[in-house]
Ligand binder design. Structure first.
Ligand code: NAI
Length: 327
C-alpha cells in the first residue's frame, strides 16, 4: 500500500474545515488508495483548540481506513512540518465596516507567517491552495514569503466560481453539468472575476452558439455569477461552506491526479500569459497532468473579454500593491 502523505489544513475548526476534513480523510481528494495524515492548524485560542478537538473526535469516530494519523497544532511551524499539501482556509475575511487597510494588515500578518513557515518546514514540493479571503492576495503574500519554494506551487481557489458558472450554464442550456468542457474564469476571486463560456462546448456543440445572447451574458449571467457568494450569505446567514470545501477537494484532486484534458480554473502566479504581469495571482484556464498544471494558451481574447479581464486585473494589482510593503 502507498506511503501516507501529509495534508495540512488551517482554520480546521471552522465551517469549511467541517465540510472538508471528512472528505479528505475518506479519500475523495487524493484517491481511495492514498493514506493521509492530517496536520490541523487553529488559532491558539482555547475555544478554537477545544472545537478542533471535537472535530478530531468525530474524525476518529468515522474509522476512516485511509486516515493514518492526525495532529492538532496552534503554530504553523509545527503544523506545516514536511507537509505535502497545504490547504490554507483560515483567514480574516472582510467584516462589515472593516477598512481595506485593516483587512490587508491582518491577513498580511497571517499569510507572511504561514508562507515563512511553509518555506522553513514543508516538503520542497508542497502544493498550496489558499481558500481564505481575499484568496488571491493571501496566496500572493504566502508565495512571496516563501522564496525557497516553487512560486508556481502557490495557488488560489477559483474553483467554486468555476463550478458555479458551470452549474448556471447547465441550467440555462438544459444540459448536464458533467458534459460542459472548456469553461474558465479569469482573474480575482471577487465579483469582478470573468466567467468566460466563449470556448465552452457541450457534447462538441458551442455553448455560446447555443445561448446566442450577449445581453444575457453581460446583464444576467455575469452579475448573477458575480453575486452568488453574497446570495448564499443572504439566504443562509452564513457564507458558503460545503460548496467551498467541495471546490477545494476538486482543485487539489485535479492538480494531484490530473484532469484528463478537461479545463479547470486555478488561481496561479502568472508567467506573463495573456498579458497578465508576472506573479499576479490570477484565475486562468488550465489542464493538469502528472501533478502539474498547464495554462491553456493561445485563446483569442475579444474586446468584451479584454475589458472584463482588465477590470479584474486592475483590482488585483491594486490589492497586491497594497501589500507590497509586506512582501
Ligand atoms: P470560519 O470563520 O467558520 O472558520 C475560519 C476558521 O479559521 C476559524 O475557526 C478561525 O479560528 C480559523 N483561523 C483564523 N485565522 C487563523 C490562522 N491564522 N491560523 C489558523 N486558523 C485560523 O470561516 P469559513 O466559513 O470556514 O471560511 C474560511 C475562509 O474561506 C474565509 O476567509 C472565507 O471568506 C473563505 N472562503 C473562500 C471561498 C473561495 O471561493 N475562495 C469560498 C468561501 C469562503
Amino acid at each position: 500500500s502507498k506511503k501516507p502523505v501529509r495534508v495540512a489544513v488551517t482554520g480546521a475548526a471552522g465551517q469549511i474545515g467541517y465540510a472538508l476534513l471528512f472528505r479528505i480523510a475518506s479519500g475523495e481528494m487524493l484517491g481511495k488508495d492514498q493514506p493521509v495524515i492530517l496536520q490541523l492548524l487553529e488559532v491558539p485560542v482555547e475555544k478554537a483548540q477545544q472545537a478542533l478537538k471535537g472535530v478530531m473526535m468525530e474524525l476518529e469516530d468515522c474509522a476512516f481506513p485511509l486516515l493514518a494519523g492526525m495532529e492538532a497544532h496552534s503554530d504553523p511551524m509545527t503544523a506545516f512540518k514536511d507537509t505535502d499539501y497545504a490547504l490554507l482556509v483560515g483567514s480574516r475575511p472582510r467584516g462589515p465596516g472593516m477598512e481595506r487597510a485593516e483587512l490587508l494588515a491582518i491577513n498580511g500578518a497571517i499569510f507572511t507567517a504561514q508562507g515563512q513557515a511553509l518555506n522553513a518546514v514543508a516538503s520542497r514540493d508542497v502544493k498550496v491552495l489558499v481558500v481564505g479571503n481575499p484568496a488571491n492576495t493571501n496566496a500572493y503574500i504566502a508565495m512571496k514569503s516563501a522564496p525557497d519554494l516553487k512560486p508556481g506551487n502557490f495557488t488560489a481557489m477559483l474553483r467554486l466560481d468555476h463550478n458555479r458558472a458551470a452549474s448556471q450554464i447547465a441550467a440555462k442550456t438544459g444540459k448536464a453539468v458533467a458534459d460542459i468542457e472548456q469553461l474558465c474564469v479569469w482573474g480575482n476571486h471577487s465579483p469582478t472575476m470573468y466567467a468566460d463560456y466563449r470556448f465552452a462546448t457541450i457534447n462538441g456543440e458551442s455553448v455560446k452558439d447555443m445561448i446566442n445572447d450577449q445581453d444575457w451574458n453581460a446583464n444576467v449571467f455575469l452579475p448573477t455569477f458575480g453575486k452568488r457568494g453574497a446570495a448564499i450569505i443572504e439566504a443562509r446567514g452564513l457564507s458558503s461552506a460545503a460548496s467551498a470545501a467541495n471546490a477545494a477537494i476538486d482543485h487539489m484532486r485535479d492538480w494531484a491526479l490530473g484532469t484528463n484534458g478537461k479545463w479547470v480554473t486555478m488561481g496561479i502566479p502568472s508567467q506573463g500569459w495573456y498579458g497578465i504581469p508576472k506573479d499576479v495571482m490570477f484565475g486562468f484556464p488550465v489542464t493538469c497532468e502528472n501533478g502539474e498544471y498547464k495554462v491553456v494558451e493561445g485563446l483569442e481574447i475579444d474586446e468584451f473579454s479584454q475589458a472584463c479581464i482588465a477590470k479584474t486585473l486592475k483590482e488585483l494589482t491594486d490589492e497586491q500593491a497594497g501589500v507590497a510593503h509586506l512582501v
